[in-house]
Design a protein around this ligand. Structure first.
Ligand SMILES: Nc1ncnc2c1ncn2[C@@H]1O[C@H](COP(=O)(O)OP(=O)(O)O)[C@@H](O)[C@H]1O
Ligand SMILES: CC(=O)N[C@@H](CCC(=O)OP(=O)(O)O)C(=O)O
Length: 299
């Protein structure tokens, strides 16, 4: 074993020893973990992520993974010569884009994650919101404000969906069979269409339906940063409304924090935005005194 892998093993052991007392407290509880497309970029971090998920399962916590894949969908659309635009962090999705999103999310990425979990010694069940009627989607409604006249008008995002109903039967069945559900953010509507759902939104709806102890949103920044670039460690829904109004948060951070607010207001105990590229970020945040990322809780 090299000196550097010795160091890695030691760091892991230290985190685990500090974490032991917490494991028992949360045995039997559910952690919903959203693994973002940006966080997935680094294969070493991905391996650590899979090991952490398998470790949670081994100590009696039920991890449920919802993954993203925005950059990977973007790369595939580029290859195919299809233009993509975003409104408030949501990809405007026509029929062709919805097909590519389903192929990349439910196909390539979902099965890659299942493979990582298997390599780390776990058993994963890779599904999308369509399977077992897990998530029924409705068309997302958004408006834009004209900066000159201040008049709001509806904007058509195409096949972008919001979870309208979550039936957790397939998750419960997988968990009871000792498996780790890995969920792609694609849903079917009652209208028969396939909907592309923002992965944060999907994870939040599932965390609320399961009454999860934590919703972890793993991304590519340390957490929510203020205008000076400093990490904000604790936020309430009221704080978040202010950050949106004064422009501190933008792009993908908007649906991310909207998700945290609706999750903590409808059954999930707390949500955390943290850097998925940092080794064992989840374990550090939840199971050590050091913490990491931004914790969102009702006031
Ligand atoms: N105040 C903020 N603090 C941190 N990140 C922010 C903030 N406002 C906007 N962002 C952007 O949000 C991004 C995270 O959202 P997103 O790109 O959708 O991530 P993911 O693909 O992991 O879901 C960050 O990389 C950053 O560019
Ligand atoms: C409607 C919408 O925007 N859907 C997202 C789904 C993937 C996603 O959310 O991935 P990340 O978490 O990696 O950003 C998209 O098409 O990019």
């Amino acid at each position: 074993m090299s000196a550097s892998s010795d160091k890695v093993s030691l760091a892991k052991a230290e985190v685990l020893i500090e974490a032991l007392p917490y494991f028992q407290r949360y045995a039997g509880r559910t952690f919903v973990v959203k693994y973002g497309g940006h966080a997935m970029g680094d294969p070493e971090a991905a391996e650590d992520f899979a090991q952490d998920i398998v470790l949670l399962k081994a100590v009696g916590i039920n991890p449920v993974v919802v993954h993203g894949g925005g950059p990977q969908i973007g790369a595939m659309l580029k290859k195919l010569g299809v233009e993509s635009t975003f409104v408030d962090g949501l990809r405007v999705t026509d029929k062709a884009t919805a097909e590519v999103a389903e192929m990349v999310l439910s196909g390539a990425i979902n099965k890659e994650l299942v493979g990582w979990i298997a390599k780390a010694g776990g058993k994963a069940l890779g599904i999308s919101g369509k399977d077992g009627g897990l998530v029924t989607a409705v068309k997302a409604q958004r408006t834009v404000k004209d900066p000159d006249s201040n008049i709001e008008s509806a904007i058509d995002l195409g096949f972008v969906g919001e979870p309208a109903h979550v039936d957790t039967t397939i998750i419960d069945t997988a968990v009871n069979a000792g498996m780790i559900p890995i969920i792609a953010p694609i849903g079917a509507g009652d209208d028969g269409h396939t909907y592309n759902i923002n992965a944060d939104t999907m994870a939040g709806a599932i965390a609320a339906a399961l009454g999860a102890a934590r919703l972890f949103l793993l991304t590519d920044v340390a957490g929510v940063l203020d205008k000076q670039g400093e990490l904000m460690t604790d936020l309430t829904p009221a704080d978040i409304a202010g950050l949106k109004d004064d422009g501190t948060i933008s792009g993908g951070m908007i649906p991310k924090l909207e998700t945290c607010v609706s999750a903590v207001e409808s059954g999930c105990e707390a949500a955390v935005v943290l850097d998925g590229r940092v080794a064992h970020a989840m374990l550090l945040e939840f199971f050590t005194a050091r913490g990491a990322g931004t914790l969102i809780r009702k006031a």
